[in-house]
Each structure stands twice: as C-alpha cells, then as structure tokens.
Design a protein around this ligand. Structure first.
Ligand SMILES: *[C@@H]1O[C@H](CO)[C@@H](O)[C@H](O)[C@H]1NC(C)=O
Ligand SMILES: *[C@@H]1O[C@H](CO)[C@@H](O)[C@H](O)[C@H]1NC(C)=O
Ligand SMILES: *[C@@H]1O[C@H](CO)[C@@H](O)[C@H](O)[C@H]1NC(C)=O
Ligand SMILES: *[C@@H]1O[C@H](CO)[C@@H](O)[C@H](O)[C@H]1NC(C)=O
Ligand SMILES: *[C@@H]1O[C@H](CO)[C@@H](O)[C@H](O)[C@H]1NC(C)=O
Ligand SMILES: *[C@@H]1O[C@H](CO)[C@@H](O)[C@H](O)[C@H]1NC(C)=O
Ligand SMILES: *[C@@H]1O[C@H](CO)[C@@H](O)[C@H](O)[C@H]1NC(C)=O
Ligand SMILES: *[C@@H]1O[C@H](CO)[C@@H](O)[C@H](O)[C@H]1NC(C)=O
Ligand SMILES: *[C@@H]1O[C@H](CO)[C@@H](O)[C@H](O)[C@H]1NC(C)=O
Ligand SMILES: *[C@@H]1O[C@H](CO)[C@@H](O)[C@H](O)[C@H]1NC(C)=O
Ligand SMILES: *[C@@H]1O[C@H](CO)[C@@H](O)[C@H](O)[C@H]1NC(C)=O
Ligand SMILES: *[C@@H]1O[C@H](CO)[C@@H](O)[C@H](O)[C@H]1NC(C)=O
Length: 771
C-alpha cells in the first residue's frame, strides 16, 4: 500500500464516515478527497496565492491543490487554465504594440491567441492573474502574480494534509511545443523533484510514458475524460470507447477524473419557454461502482456553486448537489471544485445527507433552540408559489409555518398570491381575452403594466393557473417551470382549511397593500382576513397563527378585532428612499406588533457595486433588546440572491445569519435547505450526541463578519404611523361596532407618511419584488 493511503486514513477522524458501521465506501475507504481547482477559484483569480491560502483555510483535509500545467517557451511550467492566456492573465506588461497572436492546433482545433509557449517564464512572471468567470468578483484582478507548479507543490509538500495535483489538459500539444518531447521531459524531472501526489492528463499516451517514474515517486496517475464523443488524441478513440474498458485504464492509471454528467446525465426539458435556464439530472449511472470494481478511484469535476444553468433537482443548493455523490449507493473518491469549502461541508457536516421532514416524522433530536422555519409562498423555490403543491412541499420539507401572501379580488375574495400583480405568477397572459380586459398600469404599484388582482372577480381568478415566479430572473436564474399551468389559485379559505388539516403546522398570513387597497380601491383586506380566520376558528391565543402587514393601520385594526392573534410588522425596504430602523422606530412598531419581519437588506446590507456586504446593522439586537421577536425575510438559495461573502453557498449564509444574529425565525423559499441545516448539519450543532467542527482545521470557514466594512450613509428614520383610515367591521366579527383607525399612541405628525409617500414605498416594494 502506498504511503499516501495511510496518510489519508490516519489524518481523518473516524466520525466522518458516512455510515459509522460501514465506513466510507470510497475505494480507499476514507472520506472523499477535496481537490481545489486552482485554490478557491470561485472567490479569487485561480491559481494565485490568495486562492490557495483561502482553500487551505476554509476546507477540510485531505485537500489537493490543483495546478493546470502550461509550458513556456523555455520549457518551464506555469499554472493557468485554458489555452487562451488572455482569458486568465493580464498580459498588459508583456504585450507590445507589435505583439501578434499565434495560431496552433489544439485537440484538433485551430486556435488563435496568446499562448504560454510563446513567452519565457521571466516574461510571464511579470503578468498577473485575472478572474476568468464574469459572474465572479473582479476585485482581485491584476494584483497577484501567476505561479509555477514548483512553487505550489513546494508549499503543499510542506503542509500537513495538503497534496499537490498537477493536471495536463493538452498533452499532445505540449509534447510538440515548445519542442519535441517537451512535456515528457518536463514532467519526468518534475515528478522526481516534487513527487506530486496526483498527475492527471486527458491522454493515455503521456500517462503510460510516466508510469515508471510515477511508481517510484508514488504519484497517482489519473486519466481525465472529456466529452464522451470527443477523440482522445493519443489513441485516436473516443473517451466513450475508453470508458467501456476500465480494466485497461487500470493498467496505467489508478483513477479517473470525469465530468459530473458521467454520473448524472443531464436532461434538458425542451417544451417550456425558459427551460434552458436549468435542467434535470437523470438517475445515477453505475460508473462509480464499476470503476471501483476495476480498482480505479473516481474523481469528479465541474463542481461550482455558481454554475449556470444549474440542475433543478438540487434546489440551487450546492451542498445538496454534492451530497448526491456521496449517498448510500455509491461514494465518489474526490470532488474537483472551485468552492472547496462547500464540498467540505457536504462531506464533514451532513453524514446522513438531506432528509425529508413530514410533520409526522419530525424528531425531537435538536439540542439547541432553533429558529422557526416559515415558508415564503410555500416551497416557492421548487413549485409555483402559494399553490397546494408548494404548501405540501413546504410541510414535507420541514417548515414550521406555512404562509399565505393575501391579495384581494374585486369582489372581496381573499386569495393567496405572491404579488398583487398576477402577470408574473399566473398563466393569465395565455388567456388573452382576460389579459386584454384587465391589463393596466398603476404607477404607484409598479412601473410596468400588470394584471392586478383587485381588478379581477374571483370567478375570473378561478379560471387561472399558477406559474413559477423567479425572483432572480433578472439575472437569468430561473426556477423550475415544469409545474406551470397545473396548480389552481387558492383562496385564503382553501389555505386555512388545508393548514387546519395538518395539525401542528403554523400559519403565517401576510396582508399585502392593505392600506393602499383600502384607501385607493375601497377593498378591505383586514375584513377579509378577519372573516376567514374567524370562520376557521383560528383567532385563539393557543393557535399557531401570525398575521403580518407592512401597514401599521392594518395591524392596529387586526389587534382590535383579534386581540389574541399575534401580529407581525413587516419592515419594508426601499432602495430609493433608504431609512434606518432605530430603537425609537422599533419602540413605535411595538405598539402594533411584538414581532418584526425585517427585509434582509436591512440586516445584511450589500454594496450593490461589489456585491460584498456592507457593515452589518444592529437592527436585530435592537429589536431583541425590546423583547421583540425577529424574523428574517427572506432566504433564497440562488447564488445571485445574497452577498458574495457567502461564497455562493446558501448554507454559509444561513450559518452566518443564525450564528451572528440569533434570529427567531427565517422566512424562506426553500424550507428544506433550512430544515436540513438546523437538524441534520452536525457541524452546526450536535445531532444524536455527535458533534463535528465545521472546519477540521479550526480555521473559521464562515465570513460571519464582512471582509471590509464600509460605512453606511445615515438615513432618516422609518415612518411607521399612517394617516387615519378605517377598516370595515367584518360581519362575522363578534366584537364591537367601530374600529380605531390607529394605535393609542400619538406619533408626532412629522412622522406621518403623506399618502404619496406611502404609495412610493409600496411602489418600491413591488419593484424590488418584481426585479
Ligand atoms: C450502516 O450499515 C449497517 C451495516 O450494513 C446497517 O445495518 C445500518 O443500518 C447502516 N446505518 C445507517 C444509518 O444507514
Ligand atoms: C489563511 O490563514 C493564514 C493563517 O491564519 C492567514 O495568514 C491568511 O491571511 C489566510 N488567508 C486567506 C486568504 O484567508
Ligand atoms: C481569449 O480571451 C480573451 C479575454 O477573455 C477574449 O477577449 C478573446 O476573445 C479570447 N480569444 C479567443 C480566440 O477565444
Ligand atoms: C509602438 O510603440 C513604440 C514605442 O513604444 C512607438 O515608437 C511606436 O510608434 C508604436 N507603434 C505604433 C504603431 O503605435
Ligand atoms: C525572456 O524573453 C525576453 C524577451 O524576449 C528576453 O529579453 C529574455 O532574455 C528572456 N529570458 C530568458 C531567461 O530567456
Ligand atoms: C518571479 O518574480 C519574483 C519577484 O518579482 C521572484 O521572487 C520569483 O522567484 C520569480 N519567479 C520565477 C518563477 O521566476
Ligand atoms: C493589467 O495590468 C496593468 C499593468 O499592471 C494594469 O494597469 C491594469 O489595471 C490591469 N488590468 C486588470 C484588468 O487587472
Ligand atoms: C483517427 O481515426 C479515424 C477513424 O476512426 C481516421 O479516419 C483518422 O485518420 C485517424 N487519425 C489518425 C491521426 O490516425
Ligand atoms: C430530477 O428531477 C426530475 C424531475 O422531478 C426527476 O424525474 C429525476 O428523477 C430527478 N433526478 C434524480 C437523480 O433524482
Ligand atoms: C381596476 O379597478 C379600479 C377600481 O379599483 C378601476 O378604477 C379600474 O378601472 C379597474 N381597471 C381595470 C383594467 O379593470
Ligand atoms: C375553536 O378552537 C378552540 C381551541 O383553539 C377550541 O377550544 C374551540 O372549541 C373551537 N371552537 C369551535 C367552535 O370549534
Ligand atoms: C424584556 O423581558 C425581560 C424578561 O421578561 C424583562 O426583564 C425586561 O424588562 C424586558 N425588557 C423590555 C425592554 O421590555
């Protein structure tokens, strides 16, 4: 047995095994290796010092540092990915106004550009790395020099638990450039001097050439597979053909490096518009089992938290994605990833994988008081929001509360819809008669035309079906459309009776635009909600019910009509008119509600230019100092939905928020992700007596505090009080005849919002919702 195998086994605590009885089902029976693709290349330009240090700091060991080899004119190595040096490297310092690009044939294709073989190392040492992926932060571009394999291997060899992995993407090309046999000559010398743990190559020929040296230097040789139909140059056969004879591969390699699609084939759904924004994966192939039988390790490449489009099967959660490669039926031997910390979490923290959590099976294994999970329009990340499918999923996914965002029809029927505008979340556009009849523009609600629920009768609404709404659609990250046009629009009564049939589930009813609807359209959401809750007998103190609104007047009326029901003040967000939520504002809010639901941008504000966090606010602790309950609104898994600080990893965001803010509840589009974090993440809290540190190296994995805090511009305090408005007395209300328009407190007139400003706030709310 090779020394490295022993190392792998001794450096890891036994408790990491997926099944403590069986142990890891990898070929070496240790936890999968993490291979950092050029370091933390998701965060920093790849193959630079900060990228490698960050990977080492934020990942579990064993960890391999991968370098993509390119040869220079003087037959030395540099670590860059891709033949096109301009894409990864700032060449300003070495190109002159007379530099001309060269043309070479690489993997059978003629390519024109700037190639490493046209420069010597002294020249390339004057260049700097740039981020190749435009979705990632360019903040560190042009700062860090590019590195050599010798430098990185030297560093890895001197660190415990770190290995060096050299990948050769273009063997045939470098066997001919800069000179004949240049690759074999470079690699033979390199292997002897640096004994890299792994060398992978896309060609059989070079691996066979290296076999003898590799045996002596105890280097694992790995064949990297490209597309199954692509031709492997040294054998002139397709990768698919090579794959069909793994026993032969095992004669010259000890492992294979394959794309994710070799394990889970992707299936693009052709039918629906927009389906190109995501795809499904088919059931797993048996490749891992077959390779293990042939005594080959299986390493998988293509893991990145911000790949786009991504698979709907994993609900935009990269940890969930990774877990599907280390499940019960097989476990891969290594993850090649741009986000090594995320693979670390999957391996270290979720030994049981993700689970479903229907009400009946929810255990009491929590050792820490957890925040409550409140769905956001049901499990709206996976199903069209506010539909039966979304609510059923929310309950099965572990939500403690399911929610209805209440809108109202022209004839006063309360319905559950994500937004007052039915255009983005129903199929009304495909009913052109109805659409043409009702399309309208309400500048006070949104700038673009819409079809507004308050204009349609319930009879009209009931002919519609729900469609998926993607809050991050402006970044072209769209949710699964495959259930579009299937689900009915629910009334609040439908919702309440469904909830009552699932005893134990909490109810969160959020009245949207109550003040606007009452004052502008003479429609009374408060009346409708009180009527429905009363009819459903859900107005007792013992009921698990929250009623929320962004309008203090509505909350005051609700308090009067249903004094036992808990109210929630929804603190809105306004990009155009920023305001601050001071302790005095919270004190005022407390007259209407003991619970606040706070927009995420007020808790964790972003610098919209860089995408990184600004200085965090103290609004949560200020509210908690007043003994108020604080809900966070709202969580989305999509990487474009939160700060870059969280490494495109929704688990890191959740961990950061919960550990920093001690939130009482989180409102989420993806209850499953949150449930599994709270109940199945052994690194967050002990589960069944087992506790695992989220980082095996005692370095903090999480950016719980922003990297470089910016000062926030001071903004005026939020105005809570509203001009007097009277909501109707519901006919079924047992109570008295009149409803006080406002709270007992008398806020100074200066803090009262003029109606136009109320409208502006509403407009901004809608806009931010739509965008
Ligand atoms: C672990 O493996 C053992 C032996 O196959 C099996 O009996 C046990 O149920 C497994 N445990 C879990 C949690 O899957
Ligand atoms: C990694 O950790 C080392 C040692 O704690 C520290 O000096 C370095 O700044 C860290 N690097 C990054 C990129 O976080
Ligand atoms: C090489 O990369 C640069 C920078 O991304 C790009 O502008 C250029 O078009 C690329 N060249 C080729 C031939 O792809
Ligand atoms: C190229 O740069 C040199 C000096 O750096 C200058 O003399 C020459 O005019 C430039 N040529 C062109 C075509 O710009
Ligand atoms: C590298 O190339 C530059 C420019 O052609 C040349 O001046 C220098 O001498 C070369 N250095 C080495 C070490 O070959
Ligand atoms: C690159 O230049 C730096 C100084 O700028 C030097 O320390 C380093 O050794 C050089 N690297 C190589 C490979 O020449
Ligand atoms: C590239 O390098 C030049 C010279 O060092 C610098 O002025 C420029 O800002 C860099 N560009 C990028 C995108 O890093
Ligand atoms: C590769 O194989 C194809 C047929 O499979 C043949 O046409 C072609 O000439 C071969 N190329 C080389 C370089 O041998
Ligand atoms: C992915 O989701 C699709 C659609 O629900 C399903 O058909 C497929 O089996 C799923 N794939 C896996 C691996 O579960
Ligand atoms: C929508 O309802 C308002 C009254 O609330 C009415 O004034 C308006 O004409 C209606 N618009 C359409 C398109 O039906
Ligand atoms: C209403 O619910 C309460 C408990 O929440 C229960 O005690 C009461 O009997 C119910 N009333 C009716 C009429 O069902
Ligand atoms: C909060 O509650 C605690 C304990 O019930 C009480 O001592 C404290 O005075 C309360 N603080 C405020 C600001 O209401």
């Amino acid at each position: 047995m090779k020394i490295m195998v022993l190392l792998l086994l001794v450096t890891l605590p036994a408790c990491l095994a997926y099944n403590a009885t069986l142990g890891w089902q990898t070929l070496l029976q240790g936890p999968p290796l993490i291979i950092a693709n050029g370091g933390s290349s998701g965060m920093f330009p790849d193959q630079t010092d900060p990228a490698y240090y960050d990977a080492a700091n934020s990942s579990k060991i064993p960890l391999a540092m991968l370098c993509d080899l390119q040869l220079t004119k003087d037959n030395l190595g540099v670590c860059r990915t891709g033949w096109n040096l301009s894409a990864s490297t700032n060449l300003t310092n070495i190109l002159t106004n007379t530099s001309v690009p060269s043309t070479y044939v690489i993997q059978g294709v003629s390519r024109t550009g700037f190639f490493s073989v046209d420069f010597n190392l002294t020249e390339l040492n004057q260049t700097t790395a740039i981020q190749q992926n435009p979705a990632r932060s360019p903040d560190s571009d042009g700062i860090y020099p590019i590195l050599t394999p010798e430098y990185i291997a030297g560093g890895a060899n001197n660190a415990i638990g770190l290995f060096f992995w050299l990948n050769v993407e273009y063997p045939s090309f470098y066997q001919q450039h800069p000179g004949k046999n240049s690759l074999a000559s470079y690699l033979t010398t390199f292997l002897k001097a640096y004994k890299p743990a792994y060398v992978s190559a896309t060609e059989v020929g070079i691996l066979k050439l290296l076999q003898l040296t590799a045996t002596r230097t105890q280097t694992y040789l790995v064949l990297k597979f490209l597309d199954k139909t692509a031709v492997e140059e040294s054998t002139n056969t397709t990768y698919g053909a090579i794959l069909s004879n793994l026993a032969d591969v095992a004669t010259y390699a000890s492992g294979i490096l394959v794309p994710k699609s070799y394990i889970y084939a992707t299936r693009v759904t052709p039918a629906t518009t927009g389906s190109e924004f995501g795809y499904f994966v088919d059931g797993a192939s048996t490749l891992v089992q077959e390779a293990h039988k042939a005594n080959l390790e299986v390493f998988v490449y293509g893991f990145a938290n911000d790949v786009f489009p991504s698979s709907y099967n994993y609900s935009f959660d990269p940890v969930f994605d990774s877990l599907s490669y280390i499940g019960n039926s097989f476990q891969i031997d290594g993850f090649l990833t741009d986000f090594p910390n995320t693979a670390s979490e999957a391996i270290n923290c979720y030994p049981e994988g993700y689970v479903k959590a229907p009400l009946a099976s929810r255990g009491a294994s929590k050792s820490v008081k957890n925040p409550v999970i409140i769905s956001h329009n049901g499990a709206s990340g996976d199903f069209p929001g506010c539909t039966m499918a979304a609510y059923v999923a929310a309950i099965n996914d572990g939500a403690d509360y399911i929610d209805c965002s209440v809108q109202i029809t022209s004839d006063g029927v309360a319905i559950c819809r994500e937004n007052v505008d039915l255009l983005p979340n129903t199929n009304i556009f495909s009913n052109q008669a109805l659409y043409q009849q009702y399309v309208a523009t309400y500048p006070e609600l949104q700038a673009t035309p819409g079809v507004f629920s308050f204009n349609l009768s319930y009879a009209d609404v009931s002919t519609l079906k729900a469609v998926m709404y993607s809050p991050w659609g402006k970044y072209l990250v769209s949710r699964d459309p495959s259930n579009d046009g299937v689900e009915n629009i629910l009334t609040l009564d439908d919702f309440l009776s469904f909830a009552k049939n699932n005893s134990g589930i909490g109810i969160y009813v959020n009245l949207q635009n109550a003040y606007y609807l009452r004052t502008v359209h003479n429609l009374d959401l408060v009346d409708a909600v009180v009527t429905s809750l009363t009819k459903a007998n859900l107005t007792n103190a013992s009921d698990k019910v929250f009623v929320a609104s962004e309008d203090s007047s509505a909350l005051a009326a609700l308090q009067n009509l249903m004094p036992a029901v808990k109210t929630v003040y929804v603190v809105p967000y306004s990009a155009a008119n920023p305001y601050s939520v001071t302790p005095a504002v919270l004190q005022e809010i407390k007259q209407y509600a003991n619970t606040v639901s706070i927009d995420w941008r007020l808790i964790d504000p972003l610098d919209t230019f860089s995408g990184f966090l600004l200085q965090k606010t103290s609004v949560v602790s200020a509210a908690q100092a007043l003994n108020m309950t604080v809900f966070y609104s709202f969580l989305s898994n999509e990487f474009v939905a939160y700060a870059r600080d969280y490494r495109s990893d929704p688990i890191l965001q959740i961990y950061s928020l919960i550990s920093e803010f001690k939130l009482d509840g989180l409102i989420t589009d993806f209850p499953s992700t949150l449930y599994n974090f709270l109940n199945k993440n052994y690194c967050y809290q002990s589960v069944g007596g087992q506790n695992i540190s989220m980082s095996t190296q005692n370095y903090p994995i999480f950016p719980v505090a922003p990297v470089s805090p910016f000062a926030m511009a001071p903004s005026p305090a939020l105005s809570v009080a509203e001009p007097p408005v009277s909501y109707l007395v519901p006919t079924t209300s047992p109570g008295g005849p009149s409803i006080a328009p406002g709270p007992s407190a008398n806020p100074s007139s200066a803090t009262k919002l003029p109606v136009s400003l109320v409208a502006t706030v509403a407009l901004i709310l809608i806009l931010t919702f739509i965008l």
